[in-house]
Unconditional design. Structure first.
Lengths: 177, 177
DNA sequence: GAACTATTTCTGTGAATACTGAAATTACAA
DNA sequence: TTGTAATTTCAGTATTCACAGAAATAGTTC
């Protein structure tokens, strides 16, 4: 691993910062940024040198990234050390992250909402109004996740084409606002 | 503010937890949950009692929520104290949050990427491969934000209808994968 | 199976963040 | 004004989270 160029540093620092804003550990995001733009898989030691963090930190962060499914362990010929590379297809990468966040956060939230609604129906304590808000929220998640499960299968190119159609799409289909 | 029902507590706690996972302060998210399902606007003192947090904490959290644009200050007849209510339309609410996150996080990221690409074109240090990955990422954001700016204008009902069409949509338009 | 290298787990420390309670400010009423 | 209630700001404290370094484990090679 050569020394990082200013451009690489800039990207890595920003990506790390962005991570923290979305609940991703800074180092985890930085390592991801590094691997994403690296032309070749890197081993742990190279990551340590590039980012100046502890070896142990790199180890756990890599585990985390593998858990998300956007980094994978590979082997390099003639080198027994583990190397790591990031998924490179951006659309695919975000899809994987969204799937994972859905699984970890949205799905449990929808279950919670269903439970709350069921319980609210029974008890006297919970205001009718409150119950209706929970229903609204649940319905919103039902709709958006159903929608997402459609869109996620489309190739990026199809989405780009749809975008170009713009509002004409709704008019054409006769389902405009 | 009456004592919270178990259902309300469950929702508030979960929503707070969810907040932390997406980079939103726990108390901020809890207050939002409380206001969202409240049939009437609440004043700061009522929030303090319901959640058991310090008055000052409520004050700053409410400022935060107003900054996001999903809670607004209202006045109740015959009561000089400030009251607060959450936006109730869920689709609208998420749209507001997404708009705000775009402004705060996505837009700056796209600017950063443009700068990186411009600098990478000039310098010798940054690998050609790296430059291409940054271009990919930039293009991805260009596409998705263009797409989002379309979709955000559609009413939820239109999206639901589109969902129902499913993959037929792409076939109909002849832009299938 | 000993000696080495690579990797992971664990524990204590430091930094960042969230929170409280007090003080200061503002808004209003008499 | 002066007094009172409401709200915000601020400074100190607590809690949470991230991290380094050490210790333990696993994996290789001879």
């Amino acid at each position: 691993m050569n020394k990082l160029s200013p451009v690489q540093q800039k990207f890595i620092l920003h990506w790390g910062e962005m991570g923290t804003r979305w609940g991703i550990n800074r180092t985890v995001a930085q390592i991801h940024a590094l691997l994403f733009m690296s032309p070749k898989p890197l081993n742990a030691e190279e990551i340590v040198e590039a980012l100046g963090v502890a070896r142990s930190n790199v180890s756990t962060s890599l585990k985390e990234l593998q858990g998300w499914g956007i980094v994978k362990l590979v082997h390099v010929m003639g080198d027994k050390r583990d190397h790591f590379e990031s998924m490179k297809d951006v659309w695919e990468m975000f899809r994987v992250v969204l799937d994972e966040r859905k699984k970890r956060e949205i799905d449990p939230t929808m279950r919670m909402l269903s439970e709350c609604i069921a319980e609210a129906e029974k008890d006297e304590e919970t205001d009718e109004y409150t119950e209706q808000r929970l229903r609204d929220l649940n319905e919103f998640f039902e709709n958006t996740t159903a929608w997402y499960s459609q869109v996620r299968k489309w190739p990026m190119t199809a989405i780009v084409k749809l975008t170009k159609l713009g509002d004409k799409l709704l008019k054409t289909l006769g389902i405009g606002g």
